[in-house]
Design a binder for this molecule. Structure first.
Ligand SMILES: Nc1ncnc2c1ncn2[C@@H]1O[C@H](COP(=O)(O)OP(=O)(O)OP(=O)(O)O)[C@@H](O)[C@H]1O
Ligand SMILES: [Mg+2]
Length: 247
């Protein structure tokens, strides 16, 4: 059974075609890496999966647990159990992290144990001191990423999309985030798509497979460890030249 099937997806933003015939799948409970150079379309893909209306699907389908969600609005997708941790999370002045999370979960019908779970996850991610601050206002890069992961965990998603979860995060905090992802996201049965440049997070979270996106298309799919090793050793450009990842 697949948690997610992206089928032959072509997407444009502001009239510019960014994704071309992208196909990708994640089986239930799998951890999948998505790698690719800057500007290749990785964030565009996850924004399209979550249903950001800025991204226009020209053709193709997004299937979530067997259901075609391509035309569903973002809120409906989130209610079905998809979450997105943003690469660049928005600042929200006047709203505290704690209040956003409590409001978001109550709106979705959860009333029990919100505060105790929030305290538990905040403590695991070492972000208790941020709960009563305005969302992302003045947060360091690493703090923003840990709060994004906190938001993801609190939603208890069936499919977690983590966009550049490890960029700008120090070594100890990557290890910490990896442990939390393993124990509380993957461990709870969530399927997970992790976008990463450096693959640092892959040292701590074992991925079942990896995809490489170049210039809006998937050029390679296979064993995560092998692909990460090759990219870190040679870089994307050499891989494109030597492995026939045509542009
Ligand atoms: N509104 C827009 N108008 C024109 N081009 C856009 C728009 N939004 C995104 N793009 C372009 O789409 C391409 C893909 O961007 P995207 O953010 O998906 O890349 P990415 O793979 O996530 O890159 P990075 O690794 O730097 O995060 C980029 O060239 C970007 O400039
Ligand atoms: Mg991106």
């Amino acid at each position: 059974m697949y948690a997610l099937e992206v089928v032959d997806l072509t997407v444009s933003v502001s009239g510019k075609r960014i994704l071309k015939n992208v196909s990708l799948n994640i089986k239930c409970g799998e951890v999948v890496l998505l790698l690719g150079p800057n500007g290749s379309g990785k964030s565009t893909l996850v924004q399209t999966i979550i249903g950001n209306p800025k991204y226009r699907v020209e053709s193709g389908k997004i299937i979530f647990y067997g259901e075609d969600i391509t035309k569903l609005p973002m809120e409906a997708r989130v209610l079905k159990g998809i979450s997105l941790a943003y690469q660049i999370p928005p600042k929200i002045r006047g709203v505290k992290v704690r209040d956003l999370i409590v409001h978001m979960l109550r709106k979705r019908g959860k009333t029990k144990n919100i505060v105790s779970e929030l305290e538990e996850y905040a403590s695991l991610l070492k972000v208790q001191h941020l709960l009563d601050r305005e969302i992302n206002v003045g947060f360091s890069g690493g703090e923003m990423k840990r709060v994004e992961l906190l938001l993801t965990l609190m939603q208890k998603p069936k499919l977690a999309l983590l966009d550049e979860v490890d960029s700008g995060v120090d070594v100890e905090n990557i290890a910490l985030m990896g442990k939390v992802i393993n124990e509380h996201l993957v461990g709870s049965g969530a399927s997970t798509l992790i976008i990463t440049h450096t693959a640092q997070i892959a040292k701590y979270v074992k991925a079942d497979k990896a995809y490489v996106m170049i210039n809006g298309s998937i050029k390679c799919e296979g064993d995560a460890e092998k692909i990460v090793k090759t990219i870190l050793q040679y870089g994307f450009e050499k891989c494109i030249k030597c492995l026939g990842w045509k542009l």
